[in-house]
Design a protein around this ligand. Structure first.
Ligand code: IZC
Ligand code: ZN
Length: 426
């Protein structure tokens, strides 16, 4: 990186910086304040954003060095922070399109899981896969994330469900983080399902997660967060609380898959634990939403999952109006949301959750960055932040939502290097 010339992005028809939001996620009306600069320009050097402003301002500041820079013409284009996906299960093996076909004929997600498919099917495939296969399959998905403008993703374990297989999944995530341009931030999710071998004694599995898995994952520094699938038939709120408190003792910050299929107290639990986030929330109660707003818990909304499960989306509008900080994510996983298109998720945020084009952009940049503990490093275009930038071939951020269902990504810059050029991996 040292010998790379500076990159100079010039003449963006809109440069959306989201500057000034590094301290805390945006909430309420502040989610509309994107900080838009017309004829925008950004100077990148040493993998870091040095300056953002109008083209005139940046040209003036660097007037003695303009010849050194490699210029990128962004005229007619929209420049944003690299997109951040804060909730994925993208490290897995296998595929479940036959379950999709069953669901289209009336089977439910939970019925499929209870009959041994669903998470159990992916767990079998992931346990059986060697590290190279798991790495290769997940690396391809990261390429696709990059092509959709995503420069950082969270990745959850939870398709191992034994200590050894959970460690394998987390080690592959760590290797992807090292070798792939996309940054990968890991979450331990041993409590993703009760594996079939513990079917008769789920409490014993909860004990195993608490006493064996959490300490070992933390000792090896393989995750920063700890997540639980708190849903009837999976883990109860009480079991979830025990698992998340055990994680906290080991320094793993809590997140919760909450109130997806029925109201089950997950959002209330997230607030009472001071969790980083509660995710899904299709069926969150009004009280849960109020409590989340008071406790500052981020709502990670996954409208692609609702879409794919033929369910009604979470009420993003209501949550933003109640003062809950909202982030959006693909939930990329082989069962309920096999997509890498965060731009499509933004479209769904507008079309199915009542969010505005400005809000969905804040929710997939700075708020998503805060959700994975990276609000000071990424998520906005400001001096000192990582040079992670996405350039869309649309003239403004309204058009990004209006021309929906299309991948408008033109270029992606990761750590100051061009990794996607004219819609192709560079
Ligand atoms: O593999 O079905 N909801 N976990 C909770 C998932 C979906 C992933 C899956
Ligand atoms: Zn999930």
């Amino acid at each position: 990186m040292k010998n790379q010339p500076p990159l100079w992005i010039r003449h963006a028809s809109q440069l959306v910086t989201l500057a000034g939001s590094s301290a805390a996620p945006l909430r309420g009306e502040a989610m509309e304040q994107l900080q838009v600069i017309e004829d925008g320009s950004v100077w990148l050097e040493h993998g870091v954003i040095q300056l953002a402003g109008t083209d005139e301002e940046v040209a003036e500041a660097y007037r003695d060095r303009l010849d050194e820079a490699q210029a990128i013409d962004a005229s007619g284009k929209l420049v944003t922070p690299g997109l951040v996906d804060p909730h994925t299960h993208h490290v897995y093996a296998g595929s479940r399109e036959h379950e999709f076909n069953l669901r289209l004929q009336g089977a439910t997600y939970m019925e499929i899981m209870n009959s041994g498919g669903g998470i159990h099917a992916t767990t079998s495939a992931t346990r059986a896969a060697d590290r190279d296969t798991l790495f290769a399959e997940s690396s391809r998905r990261l390429d696709q994330f990059l092509l959709h403008g995503v420069t950082t993703v969270e990745a959850k374990s939870g398709y191992g469900l034994t200590l050894e297989a959970e460690l394998k999944q987390l080690e592959v995530a760590a290797l992807l983080n090292e070798r792939h341009p996309v940054d990968v931030v890991s979450t331990f999710m041993g409590a993703h399902a009760v594996p079939r071998e513990y079917k008769e004694d789920p409490e014993r599995f909860v004990d195993c997660v608490i006493t064996e898995m959490v300490p070992e994952v933390a000792r090896r520094k393989l995750a920063e967060f700890n997540d639980v699938f708190c849903e009837r038939g999976v883990f109860t709120p009480e079991q979830s609380r025990r698992i998340l408190e055990a994680g906290l003792e080991w320094g793993l910050l809590p997140k919760i898959h909450a109130d997806e299929i029925e109201p089950y107290g997950g959002s209330e639990l997230a607030a009472s634990l001071g969790a980083v986030s509660a995710d899904h929330l299709l069926k969150a109660s009004d009280q849960g939403i109020r409590m989340m707003a008071e406790a500052g818990v981020i709502a990670v909304l996954l409208p692609g999952t609702a879409f794919f499960l033929l369910a009604e989306s979470a009420n993003g509008r209501k949550m933003i109006d109640a003062g809950v900080p909202v982030a959006l994510s693909t939930d990329c996983n082989p069962g309920s949301s096999p997509t890498v298109s965060l731009p499509l998720i933004m479209n769904l945020g507008c079309l199915r959750m009542g969010m505005t084009p400005a809000e969905v952009l804040a929710a997939t940049t700075i708020n998503a960055a805060h959700e994975i503990g990276r609000g000071k490093q990424i998520g906005s275009i400001e001096p000192g932040k990582k040079a992670d930038i996405t350039i869309f071939d649309v003239p403004n951020y309204l058009a990004l939502q209006y021309r929906y269902g299309v991948n408008h990504v033109h270029s992606v810059i990761k750590n100051g290097a061009v990794v996607v050029r004219e819609g192709r991996l560079a």
